[in-house]
Design a protein around this ligand. Sequence first.
Ligand SMILES: Cc1cc2nc3c(=O)[nH]c(=O)nc-3n(C[C@H](O)[C@H](O)[C@H](O)COP(=O)(O)OP(=O)(O)OC[C@H]3O[C@@H](n4cnc5c(N)ncnc54)[C@H](O)[C@@H]3O)c2cc1C
Length: 398
Amino acid sequence: MNRSSVSTQPAQVAVIGGGPTGFACAIAMAQAGITTSLVARRSPYPDNRTTALLGSSIGFLESIGVWQRCGSQAAALRAMRLVDDTGRLIRSPEIRFSSGEIGMDAFGYNIANRDLLAAMEQGATDIPNLTHIDDEARLVASDDDAIAIETSDGHRVSVALVVGADGRHSLCREAAGIAVKRRPLAQSALTLNVTHSRPHDGVSVEFHTRSGPCVFVPLPGNRSSVVWVVKPDEAERLKSLDDARLADAVERQSHSIYGKMTPEGGRHVFPLSIEEPARLAAKRIALIGEAAHVLPPIGAQGLNMGLRDAADIAKIVRGACDSNEDIGSNAVLQRYERDRKADIVSRTFAVDIANRTLLSDFIPVQSLRAAGLHALNGVGPLRRLAMREGLSPSWRAR
Ligand SMILES: Cc1cc2nc3c(=O)[nH]c(=O)nc-3n(C[C@H](O)[C@H](O)[C@H](O)COP(=O)(O)OP(=O)(O)OC[C@H]3O[C@@H](n4cnc5c(N)ncnc54)[C@H](O)[C@@H]3O)c2cc1C
């Protein structure tokens, strides 16, 4: 990758945004032979989030040479427990899924986003037709034939297609004239990583509480990442506790199954929302990652979907180049929209329903939730279907 502030050769595609989806997409595009500019300010990853990479994500990261650089920093997820911790009258059975039930060694791997992004940055340095413009896009403007980008430092690039990987406040989405439906949730996620005295044995545990899930996801060693969804003021209160009090609170929430807890440095609070853009592409701009979908951290879906967006747009653009099509044309953008829509809409819906039924105090809703989980627990084919669909959509070519 050229590390310059100005493109050395005219790019065909500009990817805007250097989060995990932007980097993955820029690498995949460039490796597919597309001259690519990545417009992304170089800065350390700002928080301690981790990602449970599931289904096709590992294969995709392997195919672009990233997993080989960071796989050793990840922990395998071999089983998953769902525990009803609502204390309500009608409770769901505890569910335990094992990857062996569907013939897999592991459901996936959990890795710190910081480590994943560092591997992506290293991987991107060896690719000759990838130029990194270390800046922010200030202006994105399309016309019939091309799309122009101006950065904060005044550099200009003109390309046939922009991939908007610029997160939830996407400038690219605005430039494409795509409206977004936003639904803030009265929940925030506190994230922290902990060391514990007992091993996790590769089992991820979700405690379903009345305010949302509290999830412990294995990290290498006797460590786990914690995503604790609570009311916003409770998240702030937990964040402000000193280490000893936070350790007590986390141990209580985990019912001491991990033994004694020691919080590692860094705690972050993420206000949760569901965001659904009206479209995924328009005016020579295709949206990926959180520019294209925001959902609460339930079932580890967000970045896994974002990586599928990145893989798909790179594949579609490669195909369009091979058949001498204009890669920013409406036909190409519609192909992307068609390929990604069902996955995004169905997962957003499923996560929303799972969250709503958990929060509801309405007894018929609790009964339905419990009945559904009983069926999931007891009916073998349903269990296996749920496990496979949770990883990647079955209709998608892997
Ligand atoms: C608590 C929590 C836990 C989660 N756990 C999981 C999980 O286990 N599994 C999973 O799959 N997903 C998970 N997610 C979701 C996942 O974290 C997100 O989907 C993912 O980080 C989004 O990546 P992104 O690259 O699309 O966006 P971002 O990481 O937001 O990156 C966008 C980048 O674009 C840059 N940018 C913005 N504007 C511009 C501009 N004008 N010019 C240039 N750059 C710009 C920003 O600075 C940023 O670097 C979780 C989310 C939360 C909140």
